[in-house]
Ligand binder design. Structure first.
Ligand SMILES: C[N+](C)(C)CCCC[C@H](N)C(=O)O
Ligand SMILES: O=C(O)CCC(=O)C(=O)O
Ligand SMILES: [Fe+2]
Length: 433
């Protein structure tokens, strides 16, 4: 069972949190925090043992705290938070416990008594002081605790996103980056990455129509992830590899490398040449579709998030022999807030389902059909014709791609990027990623 029903979804920049209240999904805007009843010192709570609440200033309701049997309870900034005592000892940021130069823990956690409790506790202004049995003193800024609390994480998205259908994306008029500025100006790169993080797709225009220039553009963002398809690839419909991508056939929406234990994070496409008809690229926001499933049938969402399935790539060509297997659910969600962070959806490469009993299989197919229905709604389809000069970056953990069948010579180059390095670049430019 999914433990909590909070699932974040953002449309048009407004982050909304869905919480289950009395069996129905209600949405709370992010800035409306929980109303906390004012607490006074010595108030006896009706549930459980009597608890003594303390606060920093007699009239203040901004910070209340109490030492509970099993945790330190802090009410601060509109949030009630609970901190385990071992956690509080383990995260001590004193010079002997934590190296602020390397941002690494010095403390040997294995030496901390699991039943440890502070012998003295005090809150001054914005700081919590804990004295441990051996005399060591730990201090925490209250806002640091709020930022790093489970309750705080539960309420905020790891990655703010704008979920889209064709209309939302088109109306947003997201600008493409321009090659020269993209290569020379960090602000342009930051804007490009911000768009990429919010929408899961982003374009760079006016790129020279060569594989080399495409490589240079991608290296502005990240390291290239080499796979059995090569580092940079340049392919046509010559069936040089044992995969439908190397034909002129239409390809339904899918994510790539679903058969990797860690599917490639980002895919880059640059169409260097097309002399013929068709061949448009299809893009669909998988998270938008997943959110619809969650809203309409939470049980379907849960099945897709809980049931692991396999994807497989078996290639038996004279020059290329590969056998890849990737195992994982269709929707990967963070368990503390139900935020989807990766969708694995490729009906071509989905392997035999043999890891779940038949009654679950039946329910899984219902859930999969539901997601497919959402993914196939025409209003969710964004169609673009890739042209020489226009490089497309796709978040392969979120946005599905496909293509229309085509005629004539069509040459597409590109590569995969390592996701960690894309996010690293984004963070270094001050973006939340
Ligand atoms: C992009 N490139 C042409 C190199 C590879 C295509 C991989 C196709 C595969 N069926 C998948 O979806 O992963
Ligand atoms: O030919 C295309 O536009 C894309 C084919 C594809 O799905 C892929 O290469 O991953
Ligand atoms: Fe693909």
């Amino acid at each position: 069972m999914i433990q909590n029903d909070g699932f974040r979804h953002s449309i048009m920049g407004l982050t909304r949190m869905f919480v289950r209240v009395g069996g129905c999904l209600q949405s709370l805007s992010r800035c409306q925090t929980q109303k906390i009843p004012p607490l006074v010192t010595g108030r006896i709570r009706t549930l459980g043992e009597a608890k003594r609440w303390q606060h920093t200033a007699p009239q203040s309701t901004s910070c209340n705290w109490q030492l509970r049997e099993d945790c330190f309870e802090l009410s601060y900034g509109g949030l009630v938070m609970h901190f385990d005592y071992v956690w509080l000892r383990d995260h001590c940021r004193s010079a002997s416990c934590y190296n602020a130069k390397t941002n690494q823990r010095n403390l040997d956690t294995a030496n901390v008594e699991l039943t440890i409790r502070p012998v003295k506790t005090r809150v001054d202004d914005e700081t919590l002081f804990l004295t441990w049995p051996d005399g060591h003193v730990t201090r925490y800024g209250l806002s640091w605790l709020a930022q790093n609390s489970y309750e705080g994480q539960k309420q905020s998205a790891m990655q703010p996103r704008i979920l889209w259908n064709a209309d939302i994306y088109t109306k947003a008029k997201v600008p493409s980056a321009s090659w020269e500025k993209f290569m020379s100006c960090n602000e342009e790169l930051r804007r490009f990455l911000s768009n990429f993080l919010h929408y899961g797709i982003a374009f760079v225009e006016d790129v020279p129509a060569t594989l080399e220039a495409t490589e240079i553009a991608t290296q502005r963002v990240s390291l290239i992830r080499e796979t059995m398809y090569g580092r940079m690839w340049n392919f046509t419909s010559d069936f040089s590899r044992g995969d439908t991508a190397y034909t002129k056939l239409a390809l339904d929406r899918h994510t790539d490398t679903s058969y990797f234990q860690e599917p490639c994070g980002i895919q880059v496409f640059h169409c260097l040449r097309h002399e013929g008809t068709g061949g448009r690229t299809l893009l669909v926001d998988g998270f938008y579709a997943a959110d619809k499933v969650l809203q309409q049938m939470p049980n379907n969402f849960e099945l897709l998030a809980r049931v692991p399935i396999k994807h497989e790539y078996i290639e038996n060509m004279s020059d290329h022999r590969n056998h890849m297997i990737g195992i994982g659910p269709v929707l990967n969600v963070y368990p503390w807030n139900n935020e989807v962070y990766m969708i694995r959806y490729n009906n071509y490469d989905r392997a035999v389902i043999n890891t779940i009993p038949h009654d679950v299989v039946q329910r899984w197919y219902v859930a999969h059909r539901h997601l497919t229905t959402e993914l196939r709604r025409p209003e969710n389809e964004l169609w673009v014709k890739l042209k020489p000069g226009k490089v497309l970056f796709i978040d392969n953990w979120r946005v599905l791609h496909g293509r229309e069948s085509f005629t004539g010579l069509r040459q597409l180059c590109g590569c995969y990027l390592t996701r960690d390095d894309v996010l690293n670049t984004a963070r270094s430019l001050g973006l939340q990623a």
